[in-house]
Design a protein around this ligand. Structure first.
Ligand code: FES
Ligand code: FES
Length: 885
């Protein structure tokens, strides 16, 4: 074996030898190469994922190095020299099957991006300890991050694996696809084993790799972009700048105010702005070339405060729109008079923070020019048809010249609604005539995609002597950053949900979304509702105290019921589940009080369906392909929430066929343009479309036709929702939303003020799949606790101050309390078989419930998120720089 003489010398390669899954390997590597790159790029081991390299903080890239789990992204390739490396691919078939079965049977995966790393860790944990406790498992998962699951079912899966290794039988993953059954997630076993390819796992003959040049400044004039040095680098095939865009350079979901490339002579408006994109023969060369693109800036003072951006004379941040992006107003009755006449009034300012989605799979797209002239775009966006529309405009092509396909999406939570890298990848593919894959690093991902809005909220809320709410007045300002994204709609939802799940006769609410030079803010799970619930629920607690009422009781007295008016003015006619959720938590609440525990309570409401006058669709096609296979196409995205599994359950229920017959697909074979998977509407709308298509198939089956006889038949289901009304529209009957999800959550603290337990009661309309539904809530509670206590994306001069995952504050397994999910059903007549969306409501009340519990613990009402000064936050293992607690 040659000596590693080239180590430290960047001009030479070096040879390393190691044993990979039992096979000796001898490879040339670069001295600066991380071992994850060696395994993925040189050895083709894609079961190891790249979630944060080279931070070593997400665990997606874990391999066994001489039998010990190691994060390979933080380990130089040279360190592997002489070692034995094992990945999931190298385990015996029976062991692989055992691991996959345990995770799928326990529903221990959602998007699945984190799972192969965790699965290998699970092997290691259970090899060392045949009966690990849940606490020990959680501690052993310290090096892993899951953004979807809240870890509850992951730990269930590892307990199951330990039991299986002790000889206990593994319950078979559920194959009963009827509605109400816990059908195992489709494709679960392949996902667990890392065999289901995400975009960045793909390779094609002649594949080129892309890299972006991002602005280091939040505001600057671009004087010159010089690509000469980069183009001269061997291996570089093309460099795209604004001048190369053949179509419309400005993109955007609602406002075309976001340039895919900023041109020389223009201003950059945030640190995620793209100046150039490089295509090269490998990723390393592409990134090296991107560093060689010379951009000359005239740095300008950034506008970083929303109030200052609204001041007269403030520079205009975005050339396509004034600094006030959107202003939403709701006025009903006479709030001033009602507040003046109220027996009790609470007022104050609440402030929430900007946070990062931190989906585990960074943005990636692969564009491939096909021989037939069609551009095949593989994306993991939240709306593939929206991706196609915007990329077609960018390239100046008709939409039917692009075939778009959804690959597995490793989490999104709203952060993949906007175009990210799809446009640049497509342009580079056009320029080179070769397939181009463009994948962001974690730092680039954080700089580029929109965040959750920081909101400043001034609230005044009154009630009468019996605690019945009289009025809500709220003034809300949101920092939307440099581009519109859907920021205006987030503030519109904040206004619409400002009165929460309560009956309020007098309402005076204004909400403004404002452009600044901060990172853009847009959709994120909860979409404005989380923020206003943090403020409103605090007011409820304050009013309860003033009125001498119990906190549960004041909520019960004001909770919405059928016939009541929601904050937007909509009279609710059906499926109002808030009272059922309050009843469901009551025994737990009373028991906690009896035990003298600090307990917090908060209610929540969240629209299901975009509503507010937007026309919405559900579109599905069932294609009979053989006597045992029916392809199920739909227009919405699977991103870990389980939509495709749930849609199969509707198809099973309607046709009587077994779940294994159906194969879901999301691509543009049919024109199923539905817009983004957003607003908790996938199940609501696509479920109805699938039921409509499946009813037609069922009719043919009932008429005596076999699937074989029906081969080639296409059954269409298209439903449209056109009856919602815009906020503030002068209409006789206000119906801002099709329906709403409701929830009540309790947070119980221990004697030291740490979060010990969360009870989450949620109205699902109809529970289609209890395992997936409870998994959604557990994961959302995890996100809500982080939001409450530790998560924050602080920026200085418009640039995030850290990109380290642990400092961003997403909770680890050891930080999670016990979560008890209670699913209640208040059927929704406009939903498929009574169902409605669950995707967002899970964390709407969580931060408020935590604040309520903390006040019960130490008497301090915290009005700013995250509540890092609290004992609950200080007990967490993340969210603080080393030594800063
Ligand atoms: S990719 Fe290695 S720990 Fe995140
Ligand atoms: S399942 Fe863990 S990150 Fe999605």
């Amino acid at each position: 074996m040659p000596a590693l003489s080239a180590w430290g010398d960047v001009d030479t390669t070096m040879t390393i030898e190691f044993v990979l899954n039992g096979t000796p390997r001898r490879l040339q590597t670069r001295p600066d190469e991380w071992f994850l790159e060696t395994l993925r790029e040189r050895c083709g081991i894609t079961s190891l994922k790249d979630g944060c390299s080279p931070q070593g903080q997400c665990g997606c890239c874990v391999a066994l190095v001489n039998g010990v789990p190691k994060t390979t992204c933080a380990m130089r390739a040279s360190v592997a020299h002489g070692k034995h490396i094992v990945t999931l691919d190298g385990l015996p078939a029976a062991e692989r099957r055992q691991i996959a079965d345990c995770f799928t049977a326990a529903a221990g995966l959602q998007c699945g991006f984190c799972i192969p790393g965790i699965a290998l860790r699970a092997k290691s944990i259970t090899d060392r300890d045949p009966a690990p406790s849940r606490e020990a498992i959680a501690r052993a998962l310290d090096g892993h991050l899951c953004r979807c699951s809240g870890y509850v079912k992951i730990i269930d899966a590892i307990e199951l694996l330990a039991a299986a290794k002790r000889g206990a039988p593994i319950p078979a993953p559920c194959s009963d696809g009827r509605v109400g059954q816990p059908l195992a997630r489709l494709g679960g076993a392949q996902t667990v084993l890392g065999e289901r390819a995400f975009v960045d796992d793909l390779s094609l003959p002649g594949l080129l790799h892309g890299a972006l040049v991002l602005s280091p400044h939040a505001r600057a004039r671009v004087l010159r972009i010089d690509t000469a040095r980069a183009l001269a680098l061997p291996g570089v095939r093309a460099i795209a700048t604004a001048a190369d865009v053949p179509g419309e350079r400005w993109v955007g979901l609602l406002h075309a105010d976001w340039p895919c490339f900023v041109a020389a002579g223009e201003e950059v408006r945030c640190v995620g702005d793209v100046l150039a994109a490089v295509a090269a023969v490998d990723r390393h060369t592409a990134r090296e070339a991107a560093r060689l693109v010379d951009v000359t800036y005239e740095v300008l003072p950034p506008l970083l405060d929303a109030q200052q951006a609204l001041a007269a004379g403030a520079p205009q941040v975005n050339p396509r729109h004034g600094n006030l992006l959107e202003h939403a107003v709701i006025r009903r009755g006479d709030a001033d008079a009602a507040l003046a006449a109220s027996a009790h009034v609470v007022s104050g300012r609440w402030q929430t923070q900007r946070i990062e989605h931190l989906f585990l799979e960074p943005e990636s797209a692969l564009a491939e020019p096909r021989a037939d002239g069609i551009l095949h775009l593989r994306t993991q966006g939240q709306g593939i048809f929206e991706d196609r529309r915007q990329v077609a405009r960018l390239l100046g092509l008709a939409e039917d010249r692009i075939f778009v396909e959804l690959l597995p999406n490793g989490g999104a939570f709203g952060g993949k609604e906007d175009l990210s890298v799809q446009g640049q990848a497509a342009l580079l593919a056009q320029m080179t005539g070769a397939p181009v894959k463009l994948t962001l690093s974690r730092e680039e991902s954080i700089r580029l995609h929109p965040k959750r809005h920081a909101l400043a909220m001034d609230y005044t809320v009154g009630c009468d002597a019996e605690g019945r709410l009289t009025a809500v007045r709220a003034r809300i300002v949101g920092d939307s950053g440099a581009y519109a994204s859907v920021g205006g709609k987030v503030l519109e939802r904040a206004a619409g949900h400002a009165c929460g799940a309560y009956r309020v006769p007098h309402v005076d609410v204004e909400a403004s979304a404002v452009y600044t030079n901060n990172p853009p803010c847009g959709a994120m799970r909860g979409f404005g509702a989380n923020q206003v619930h943090f403020a409103l629920e605090a007011c409820l607690d304050g009013l309860a105290r003033q009125a001498g009422l119990d906190r549960w009781e004041i909520r019960w007295r004001n909770a919405l019921a059928v016939g009541d008016t929601f904050g937007t003015g909509q009279v609710l006619e059906k499926s109002v589940g808030i009272r059922k959720t309050l009843q469901a938590v009551k025994p737990h609440y009373d028991a906690a009080l009896r035990e003298g525990r600090a307990v917090g309570i908060a209610c929540g409401v969240k629209n299901s369906g975009i509503g507010n006058g937007v026309e919405e669709w559900g579109k599905a096609r069932l294609v009979v392909e053989s006597d045992s296979r029916v392809a199920l196409y739909n227009g919405y995205t699977e991103m870990g929430q389980g939509l495709l599994t749930v849609l199969v359950q509707f198809a099973v229920e309607a046709t009587g066929l077994s779940a294994s017959v159906f194969e879901p697909r999301v691509d543009s074979t049919f024109d199923l343009q539905c817009g983004q998977t957003t607003g908790s509407r996938g199940t609501l709308l696509s479920g109805r479309a699938v039921l409509a298509a499946a009813a037609k198939l069922r009719a043919d089956l009932d008429a005596g036709h076999t699937l074989a006889a029906l081969q080639g038949r296409v059954y269409a289901g298209d439903i449209a929702v056109r009856d919602t009304t815009a906020l503030g529209a002068p209409v006789a009957k206000i119906k801002t939303h099709t329906t709403f999800g409701y929830a009540t959550q309790l947070v119980v603290l221990d004697a030291a003020g740490r979060v010990e337990r969360v009870v989450a009661a949620h109205d699902a309309g109809r529970v289609v799949n209890p395992a997936l539904a409870s998994g959604q809530i557990e994961g959302a509670v995890h996100m809500g606790l982080g939001y409450a206590l530790t998560e924050e994306l602080r920026c200085e001069n418009g640039m995030p101050v850290t990109f380290k995952l642990k400092e961003l504050g997403v909770l680890r397994a050891r930080d999670m309390p016990r979560v008890e999910v209670i699913l209640v059903e208040e059927p929704e007549p406009e939903g498929p078989m009574g169902a409605k969306g669950l995707g967002e409501i899970g964390l709407v009340p969580t931060a408020a419930a935590v604040a309520s519990a903390l006040e019960a613990f130490d008497g301090i009402r915290r009005t700013t998120l995250p509540m890092k000064d609290s004992p609950a936050a200080r007990a967490m293992s993340v969210g603080f720089p080393l030594g800063a607690k």
